[in-house]
Design a protein around this ligand. Structure first.
Ligand code: AMP
Ligand code: ZN
Length: 430
C-alpha cells in the first residue's frame, strides 16, 4: 500500500542527503528572492554557504507568525506574482490573516503528499470520499480534494454541517471515507443515533481522516465506536500547504511526517533550543520543496514529540505523536497551567458523557466545564446526575489540580461550530 514506495521507504542516509540538498537550495533561493529573509539571515549572521550539514539548520533564523503578518500580503513570495496559482489563508485568527501562495508545482505537490497519506491507510480509486471540511480560503478541504482526486477516488465536496444532506449523500453514493474535524465527527455520530441510523448496518463508511484541531485518543475511540470505522489522525497547517504534512498509516501509532518535503525539528517552546527525539516540545518545520513561498524554521506553536524507533509499516519517515495542544492554548487558572486536552481526556473516557463540552472562564479565575450528557446518560434519577457530576469534578481535579465547577447539560444543547470547535470561552475580568 504505497503511493510512492521509493520515497516512502527511502533509506535514512539517502533521505537525509536529499533533505540537505533541498535545504541548501531553499536557503539559496530565499536569500536571493525574499528581502525579509535577506534581512533575517543577515541578522543571524548566516549565509547560504554556511549550511553544510543538516545540523546547520539550527543556525538559521526562525520564521514566526509575526513574519507572516508583517509581510502580508505578498512580502514572502519567492516567485513573481504571475507565477502563483492559488491563495489560501490561515484560519482561526483575528486581525489580518496570513496569506499563503501556491505555484502550479506547489498545488500538485500538496496533492501528491495527500495521495501518499490516503494510500497508506488503504484508500484506492474504488473509495468514495466525502469531504466535510470547509471549502474556501481554508486549506483543509481543497488540498484534500485534489489529493483524493489524484488517487482516483470519487470526491464529494460536501463541506461541513447540514447533517441531513450529509446523510443523504452518504447513503445514496455509498461514501466509504469521510474527512472531518473531530468535533463534527462527534456531532454527526449523535445525529445518526437520533435518526435511528446504524452506520454499521445502514452505511458503507469504513474510515475517517480526522484533523484540523487537537483531539485525544479517547475521542478517537469514541468516534470509532460510534461510527464503526477506523479513524486516522491527519495533521497539517496552512503555512505548510495544509493537510498532508503528517498522517497515520494503517497501524495508527503516530503520524509519519513527510521528511523529503519538510525538515522536522522539535524545540523547547521557551528557549527555541533543539530537543532530541522522544522529548516533547514545539514542532518547527522548514519547507524543502515549496516554490512560491518557502519558509525557514516555521514555529508551528504545536506541541508534540518525535516517536523514536521504526514503525511496523517500515516507512522511514519519522512519526509525530498526537498533538497535545498549542503552545498558545495553555490556560492558566489560579496559577496552574492546564491544556484543554487534559479536560477532554477525562470527559471522553466516561460513557455517560456525551460528545460535546465547553470550558468557560469567568470572574476572577473561575473555571466551569459544561458537559453534555450522552443520550442514554440520564435515566430520570436526579441522584444519578449528582453522582456523575461529582465523579467528573473529582476526576478533573485529579487531572488538572484545580477545582472546576461541572455543569451537566442535555445532549445537543452546546453550540457546534462548522469549522474548528471553540472549546474555551474566556470572559475573565483579570
Ligand atoms: P490551519 O492553518 O488553519 O489549517 O490550522 C492548523 C492548525 O490546526 C495546526 O497548527 C494545529 O494546531 C491544528 N491541527 C491540524 N491538524 C491537527 C491534528 N491532527 N491534531 C491536532 N491539531 C491539529
Ligand atoms: Zn507506519
Amino acid at each position: 500500500m504505497f503511493w510512492d514506495e521509493k520515497i516512502e521507504m527511502m533509506e535514512r542516509g539517502a533521505l537525509e542527503a536529499l533533505q540537505l540538498k533541498r535545504l541548501q537550495a531553499t536557503v539559496r533561493r530565499v536569500a536571493r528572492k525574499v528581502p525579509r529573509y535577506q534581512q533575517k539571515l543577515a541578522e543571524s549572521r548566516v549565509q547560504p554557504r554556511d549550511i553544510r550539514s543538516l545540523a546547520d539548520v539550527h543556525r538559521l533564523p526562525f520564521t514566526t507568525n509575526a513574519d507572516l503578518r508583517e509581510t502580508y500580503p505578498t512580502g514572502l513570495l519567492a516567485v513573481p506574482k504571475d507565477d502563483t496559482l492559488r491563495l489560501h489563508t490561515s484560519s482561526g485568527t483575528t486581525g489580518k490573516p496570513k496569506a499563503l501562495f501556491f505555484s502550479a508545482k506547489d498545488v500538485d505537490n500538496a496533492a501528491e503528499l495527500i495521495a501518499r497519506c490516503l494510500v497508506m491507510t488503504g484508500v484506492t480509486k474504488r473509495d468514495v470520499l466525502q469531504n466535510m471540511m470547509t471549502y474556501g480560503l481554508f486549506t483543509g478541504a481543497l488540498v484534500m480534494h485534489y489529493g483524493a482526486e489524484k488517487v482516483g477516488c470519487l470526491v464529494i465536496p460536501a463541506g461541513p454541517g447540514n447533517s441531513e444532506k450529509q446523510l443523504l449523500l452518504m447513503q445514496d453514493f455509498r461514501t466509504t471515507v469521510i474527512h472531518v474535524t473531530p468535533s463534527y465527527a462527534l456531532y454527526l455520530a449523535d445525529f445518526l443515533e437520533k435518526k435511528g441510523v446504524d452506520p454499521r448496518r445502514d452505511l458503507a463508511l469504513r474510515k475517517a481522516f480526522v484533523g484540523a484541531e487537537p483531539y485525544t485518543e479517547e475521542t478517537r475511540r469514541k468516534i470509532e465506536q460510534a461510527l464503526g470505522i477506523d479513524v486516522y489522525n491527519s495533521y497539517g497547517l496552512s503555512e505548510m500547504n495544509g493537510p498532508g504534512v503528517a498522517f497515520e498509516c494503517e497501524h495508527k501509532c503516530g503520524m509519519h511526517l513527510w521528511e523529503d518535503n519538510y525538515l522536522l525539528e522539535i524545540v523547547d517552546p521557551k528557549t527555541g533550543e533543539p530537543l532530541p527525539d522522544g522529548q516533547t516540545g514545539e514542532l518547527v518545520l522548514t519547507t524543502l520543496c515549496r516554490e512560491a513561498m518557502p519558509l525557514l524554521r516555521y514555529r508551528s506553536r504545536d506541541i508534540t514529540s518525535i516517536i523514536p524507533g521504526p514503525c511496523p509499516c517500515a516507512r522511514t519517515h519519522r512519526r509525530l505523536h498526537r498533538i497535545t495542544g498549542r503552545a498558545d492554548d495553555m490556560l492558566t487558572v489560579r496559577g496552574v497551567n492546564i491544556y484543554p486536552q487534559q479536560i477532554e481526556r477525562v470527559l471522553m473516557s466516561l460513557p455517560a458523557v456525551g460528545r460535546n463540552y465547553q470550558i468557560v472562564l469567568e470572574g476572577l479565575d473561575e473555571m466551569t466545564v459544561n458537559v453534555e450528557l450522552a443520550e442514554a446518560g440520564f435515566d430520570g434519577h436526579v441522584e444519578h446526575l449528582t453522582r456523575l457530576q461529582s465523579e467528573i469534578a473529582d476526576r478533573l481535579r485529579a487531572e488538572t489540580l484545580t477545582k472546576p465547577k461541572v455543569h451537566l447539560v442535555p445532549p445537543g444543547t452546546l453550540p457546534v461550530s462548522e469549522g474548528k470547535a471553540k472549546r474555551v470561552i474566556d470572559n475573565r475580568s483579570l
